[in-house]
Design a protein around this ligand. Structure first.
Ligand code: FDA
Length: 311
């Protein structure tokens, strides 16, 4: 382990319950977490929704939690999303405020988990449609991709606005992008936040970025609705170039960034006429999400360690 890159160590740690207790039990962690998470309650999240949408930035709400270990937890995930959609409906923001879900929080990893997750996420998608908005289904580790894409395909039959996420780090993704670059399909392209073996994924940053650019070209040249999920200035610029090259209307694609990351750039892009959506995580189960954000950027680890040292 000592020779593994820091990001791999952090990603391994994100799935270790004992470390979860140590990190989340440290009071100083809270201040750092606040940079990436809107708060523990739905009200906290709605505060962030109001602020961002007032600035012309659309949002997608993520109720934190993943890899549930029993059905009761999976049902609680469904209920949390139903409450969020009820609140969003009263704000009347339409598709400017949607939700993102992780199927592992709906029981995907349990026995018969594919069917269970689909059964529990369906009412959430129905509530989103009733509220005039959409659901995007996050992508998790590579072993879940077939099940997750199949679930999105199933949900899209009645709710065509349901969004999928593709990770450019996976070798399979260019093919998936071709399949999904069809009329009406919403696809968020990201680099991928999970530690994957080289049998299924590009391992170097350069290769992941090159694959991102290739997938972006497939999506931006097609008739679907691409969602460019990246903070990387080179990827965002490439998306604008491709939009111009393919004469895309400004409302036919969007840039998405995470809450708390490059917020000035989110505002600048929105003011300049690009559609921007911020992904807002909230809830008490923030550990794994937080560790993935640390893994993405060594400077965040230094920031975290400094705050522990100066508490
Ligand atoms: P990259 O990591 O190369 O960063 C480029 C620059 O962005 C950095 O130099 C820095 O300036 C800034 N930056 C990036 N990450 C930062 C951080 N954590 N803190 C501070 N600054 C940072 N993944 C996944 O596997 N499944 C999913 O469903 C999603 N969903 C998703 C939604 C949205 C809206 C976004 C933006 C991202 C995701 N991701 C995701 C995460 C994604 O896979 C990826 O891990 C991160 O976006 C980091 O990659 P970037 O493309 O941002 O570039």
């Amino acid at each position: 382990l000592s020779k593994a890159p820091l990001s791999a160590v952090l990603l391994a740690a994100s799935r270790r319950p004992a470390l979860r207790r140590a990190v989340t039990g440290t009071p100083a962690t809270r201040r750092v977490v606040d940079r990436f998470v809107a708060g523990e309650t739905l009200d906290d999240a709605l505060g962030a929704v109001r602020t961002l949408t007032a600035d012309g930035i659309a949002v997608t709400l993520d109720h934190l939690g993943e890899d549930v270990t029993d059905r009761a937890q999976a049902r609680r995930t469904r209920d949390a999303y139903l409450a969020a959609l009820e609140a969003l409906a009263t704000l009347g923001l339409g598709t400017a405020a949607e939700v993102s879900v992780k199927l592992s929080a709906f029981g995907q990893g349990l026995p018969d988990g594919h069917d269970l997750a689909l059964e529990l996420v369906r009412p959430v998608v129905e509530a989103a449609t009733a509220a005039g908005t959409t659901v995007t289904v996050d992508m998790e580790d590579s072993r879940t991709v077939d099940s997750t894409l199949a679930a999105v395909a199933e949900l899209r039959k009645e709710h065509p606005g349901t969004g999928a996420v593709l990770q450019s780090m996976l070798h399979r993704t260019e093919d998936d992008a071709k399949t999904l670059a069809v009329s009406g399909s919403r696809v968020r392209l990201v680099k991928g936040a999970y530690d994957e073996p080289d049998t299924v994924a590009h391992r170097s940053r350069k290769d992941v970025a090159a694959a991102y650019a290739r997938c972006l070209e497939i999506l931006m040249s097609g008739p679907g609705y691409p969602m460019v999920g990246s903070h990387d200035p080179a990827m965002v610029q490439r998306a604008h170039e491709l939009a111009a090259q393919h004469s895309r209307a400004a409302d036919s694609w969007e840039v998405q960034m995470l809450y708390g990351i490059r917020t000035d750039e989110q505002r600048r892009l929105a003011a300049a006429g690009t559609r921007v959506r911020a992904y807002i995580p909230y809830g008490s189960d923030w550990y794994a999400y937080f560790m993935r954000r640390l893994a993405e950027r060594p400077a965040n680890v230094a920031f975290f360690l400094r705050s522990l040292a100066t508490r």
